[in-house]
Design a binder for this molecule. Sequence first.
Ligand code: SRM
Ligand code: SF4
Length: 574
Amino acid sequence: MSTDPAPWSKLEEIKQQSQFLRGQIAQELAQPTDHFEETTAHLLKHHGIYQQDDRDRRGQPGPEGQERTWIMMVRVKIPGGRLTADQWLLLSALADRFGNGTIRITNRQDVQFHGVRKVLLAPLMQALHQAGLTTLGACGDVVRNVLVCPAPVADGGIREQLFAHTQQLTAHFLPRTKAYQEIWQGAGSDSVCSTGQFPPASEEEEPLYGTNYLPRKFKIAFGLPEDNCVDIYTNDLGFLALAEHGQIRGYEVLVGGGLGMTPTDKTTFVALAQPLAFIRPEEAIPLAEAVVKLFRDHGNRANRRRARLKYLVADWGLQRFRRELERYYGQPLLPPQNLSLIGLDHHLGWHLQPNGRWFYGLYVENGRVADRQARLKTALEQICQQFRPGIRLTPMMSVLITDLAAEDRSKLERVLREHGVRLSEEVPLVRQYSGACVALPTCGLAITESERALPGILDGLEDVLARLGLARLPICIRMTGCPNGCGRPYNAEIGLVGRAKDQYALYLGGSFLGNRLGFLYEPMVPRSQIVPLLTSLFEVFSHHRLSGETFGDFCVRTGPESLRHLVISRDKTN
Ligand code: SRM
Ligand code: SF4
């Protein structure tokens, strides 16, 4: 039997030969074409850019008879989700000028532009740079945006300490390649961008990542047991803080979370991160570096489907993983303290800040900031101009409008109302806690609708929940357009995962707090049957629920078989 390691994947070759992410990007950018070649498109991801095509227009020839309408998604990395009013105003203007007129807040506290034409990429990237924003490290095989609770609540300064660690970590893991500046920040008529002449790349360019960067994306979150708004267990690496008297005493280190899976490949799976160790706060960066290096050296570079940290943890087992990590870290690790989650706050509505100012958590449906029936985009622009607030993006895709004076509270509400935007307090709880991934028409991997489908499904369910007296109970429903799990459906109380045209797998029993995976209840539910099926399940829940029980806990206590029986007998009697 051969013991040769499996050959590395094509993408590893592309990275290796790219001269630290340069490849042919500049040359192709300078050509008068509407899209990039496949190899270049792969490299562009490391610059925060995804080449896509408008899937609503597939099959309709473009203006020059081309088969696809090529568009780009540009993801801007926003560490801690924090922006100034001016930055938000700029992003809003850039979306009109270069994108499709909308901003998409992501569930990793970033923003995305959709629908950017190739010819407009360079001016967009330059405008972002001038505003102190970057797309570097938002996508690609590197450490992605590090999640942290953005809410300026009165917690004795704990969240500010978490934010400071997030900033340090972000700076530490930012790719160092000069390709980014060369291509995008020098873009202009006489720049390298149009000539494609780069200075030679040197090995020192990426001392941490090396020529091949990581085997795959790597996700980190800082969280608190009393507020899991960052969904910490779904990350490759989590730092769960133990805080006492306004000081972080240490972090529980969680490893191996990840929600991507390929149903046809049984070696892939969804996993929540597991507790591995307990460290002092000042150890966070060296420990993170040790984990990232271990992943860099031992992650799977042959099969990208199995290239996440969770597979290394599963293949080695936690004990061996720990031993190998200790070698990279250079010292033994203390055992975890098994901190448990006790709360989750989405930070919507009005809250007093410790500095005496106020913040308003504004619900944004699926993170899409647009002028539609409600003119949310214009309302946010007016708010930024009138009150000059801070803007913070949440991992639940909403916006915190911060640093408002008490006397501005009613004025802000008036601006929202004048633009037809519902106040967060008026949004039913089930909607507040639910969310969908982008999916169609931009995502190239989408099998079904998601962002465009969930609002209608919730319309149907809100009346049902009100009729059953469950309107005051928060229930978390998450939807995705494919099994990749971007919308984090597998640890939601109800997860809807696109599996075939207009068909969704239904998962039940994730925990409201996000620390338990759900089970597969039905593998294929037609979209038209989602509301009827969930209605039956809610009816069963309202009859058999224990006092104070959440929907997810009820599903787990009852179990799939009994649930099915209860639903069938309920449907017969109705
Ligand atoms: Fe994601 C790929 C959108 C969070 C797991 N994700 C994609 C792409 C880039 C599609 C592609 O590769 O062509 C999607 C772009 C759609 C579009 O048109 O905008 C996409 N993912 C998103 C966003 C925008 C969804 C959202 O509704 O907010 C999120 C961007 C976050 C960010 O700012 O970085 C987003 N993606 C996630 C999450 C949740 C998270 O990070 O907390 C996950 C699950 C956690 C995880 O990583 O395991 C996630 N996305 C994936 C995967 C599966 C990865 C895997 O291990 O198999 C893919 C597919 C891939 O990478 O090949 C993917
Ligand atoms: Fe696209 Fe699938 Fe991610 Fe949704 S879950 S954004 S459909 S890759």
